[in-house]
Design a protein around this ligand. Structure first.
Ligand code: ZN
Length: 127
């Protein structure tokens, strides 16, 4: 994963500005489905001797449609909030507009992080 390449690709999708505060230039990104959730699901699927073999959604750590360009301050803000707590309805709509153009699962369609994870795993449009 090359952070600079990912960031420039994300900016070509969402624009140069931070998608949370809309003031600063985005210089990093956040995971819509948190990285710890992505890793946890993958590790749990690998585990043998599980009583219930329900397969959890699996996506790569840096799947492009799970990332959102933000500024460093907003990256910190996101730490304990999920994306639906962090962003207003209006912001989610603006982001979904761009996601729709790229065939990415939309945030408002998913409605919560768990369903978003599932939708992201069902599509094979990642890099
Ligand atoms: Zn910001």
């Amino acid at each position: 994963m090359n952070k600079a390449n990912l960031l420039s690709e994300l900016q070509s999708i969402y624009g140069a500005k931070c998608q949370v505060c809309n003031g600063e230039t985005a210089n990093t990104f956040i995971h819509l489905v948190p990285l710890k959730v992505v890793r946890y699901a993958r590790n749990l699927n690998k585990r043998k001797n599980r009583q219930y073999k329900r397969k959890l959604p699996e996506i790569p750590n840096y799947q492009i449609n799970n990332l959102l360009p933000v500024c460093a301050q907003c990256q910190v803000k996101q730490f304990n909030l999920d994306i639906y707590q962090l962003l207003s309805l209006q912001q989610l709509k603006i982001i979904d507009n761009q996601r729709q153009k790229h065939g990415y699962p939309e945030l408002l369609t998913a409605g919560n992080v768990r369903r978003l994870h599932k939708l992201l795993a069902n599509r094979n449009n990642y890099i």
